[in-house]
Ligand binder design. Structure first.
Ligand SMILES: NC(=O)c1ccc[n+]([C@@H]2O[C@H](COP(=O)([O-])OP(=O)(O)OC[C@H]3O[C@@H](n4cnc5c(N)ncnc54)[C@H](O)[C@@H]3O)[C@@H](O)[C@H]2O)c1
Length: 442
């Protein structure tokens, strides 16, 4: 099949590459000229396990193309995915300007029938807006071309995006006619060979499904963080409680790790966008607002522990930070807890020595740009040298079994603030560390 993907970010590049991998002819479009020229030269703009090899191979084979010219891309495709960003607007709602700009371009440039598929996360009712925008552009041209707008939200996780896309748990498709469902079934058949994972529904339900999924996952995280905060105060150990409740199959173990809050490009904005949609439709959400409130506070818990231990004035203190990305296996720092924690410490005068296996350039150039109290180092051990304590913020695999002797040698004081509860408290105490976790009394 001939496909164009408009927006070549985390979702667009993975989507385009995986469809190309299955033999389709794919053209990825972006307005970012530098990104497209680098992709043409084989430079991949993001870190995602397995992505680079697949992009290079398919580009070489001629199944994956890159361009800034949407007109050219549409000429060579019958199916067009919209995968541009839907960042949070000032009032918490999803900002649809990029999605609607693409819809307008599609209407202005299409030359034959198109299946326009919304893969961006968009509020209920957006497909109707996309449809109206394309139609307006066609009307202005005096064109009677036809098109379908389909909702196909994406559920991939950064850090495991290729795996998720190639073996999806489900493929949710919202459409209003059988032919559109058939095209989508054919498109996704190679990914769901062993059993049918296609979930067909109306467009609004598909749009809502994505928000409901992210809101549910964010709720699990905030719920567990709230339990952790209670555990700490009453003298219970949340790590034990997690095992105790996770073994109940109705609850399960996934997404109930306590930590220093969720970040990323999806949960924070999607929870708030859903809450805003609810309010726009006259319903005041109670759980969604609480999920966000708990998370806001949770991002500050680790810094609060440092302040409790070292005092309000942190000038003259240096802290090692392990992990900047919002989660392991990605370089994405959007809404990362590390940003809040580091800013909370440096505004009190602390200096930071930060190490992340992949996200340093993001921190340096965007998210902590201008924060002169942050120094970046090339190894986790270098971060520790002469630091007053270490903060573990992202649970990269290389932090799971570090050389604790080396850590003790390098740190000025053997103090660890662990925002992801990576180690066992009793073992850490035996090793001579002063060890702070989330949801575990000291
Ligand atoms: N990142 C994730 O893990 C994830 C997972 C599921 C769903 N989503 C959703 O997918 C959408 C895209 O997210 P992302 O993380 O890939 O965003 P991103 O910011 O990484 O990429 C968006 C890309 O769109 C490009 N763009 C903007 N306007 C354009 C236009 N008019 N024409 C062509 N390109 C244009 C940008 O230059 C950018 O490269 C969002 O709605 C997001 O909520 C993201």
């Amino acid at each position: 099949m001939k496909i164009s993907v408009i927006g070549t970010g985390y979702v667009g590049l993975v989507t385009g590459t995986c469809f190309a991998e299955m033999g389709n002819r794919v053209t990825c479009v972006d307005i970012d000229e530098e990104k497209i020229s680098k992709l043409k030269e084989g430079v991949i703009p993001i870190y995602e396990p397995g992505l680079e090899d697949m992009v290079l191979e398919n580009h070489k084979k001629g199944t994956l193309h890159f361009t800034t010219d949407i007109k050219e891309a549409l000429q060579h495709s019958d199916i067009c995915f919209i995968a541009v960003g839907t960042p949070m607007g000032e009032d918490g709602s999803a900002d649809l300007q990029y999605v609607l700009a693409v819809a307008k371009s599609i209407g202005e440039n299409m030359t034959h029938h198109m299946y326009v598929i919304d893969k961006s996360t968009v509020p209920v009712g957006t497909a109707e807006k996309v449809k109206a925008t394309i139609q307006e552009a066609l009307d202005r041209r005096g064109s009677d071309l036809t098109f379908d707008v389909i909702s196909n939200p994406e559920f991939l996780k950064e850090g495991a995006a290729i795996e998720d896309f190639m073996k999806p748990d489900r493929v949710v498709v919202g459409a209003d006619n059988e032919e559109a469902f058939e095209v989508m079934r054919e498109l996704y058949a190679p990914f769901t060979k062993n059993h049918d994972r296609f979930v067909a529904m109306d467009v609004k339900s598909a749009e809502m499904t994505k928000y409901a999924a992210n809101a549910m996952l964010a709720t699990k995280i905030s719920f567990m963080n709230e339990i952790a905060n209670i555990c700490e105060r009453v003298g219970a150990n949340v790590n034990m409680v997690r095992k105790g409740i996770g073994s109940d199959s109705r609850i399960g173990f996934s997404f109930i790790y306590p930590g220093c809050g969720y970040g990323g490009s999806c949960f924070p904005k999607d929870v708030q966008a859903l809450a805003k949609t609810a309010k726009d439709f006259g319903y005041t959400p109670k759980i969604l607002d609480a999920v966000e409130e708990v998370n806001y506070a949770q991002k500050r818990v680790l810094a609060d522990k440092v302040v409790d231990r070292f005092g309000e004035d942190l000038s003259g203190k240096t802290f090692a930070v392990w992990g900047l990305a919002f989660k392991p296996e990605t370089d994405d720092m959007r809404e990362a807890s590390s940003i809040t924690i580091i800013n909370e410490l440096t505004k009190r005068g602390a200096k930071i020595k930060a190490y992340d296996p992949k996200a340093e350039h993001e921190a340096r150039n965007f998210y902590l740009k201008g924060n002169e109290n942050v120094e970046y180092v090339d190894s986790k051990y270098d971060a520790l040298t002469d630091a007053d304590a270490m903060l573990l913020i992202t649970e990269w695999k290389e932090f799971r079994s570090p050389d604790f002797d080396e850590m003790k040698l390098r740190l000025k004081n053997p103090i660890i603030f662990d925002g992801r509860n990576q180690y066992k408290q009793s073992t850490m105490q035996k090793r001579g560390f002063e060890y702070y976790q989330i949801g575990v009394p000291k």
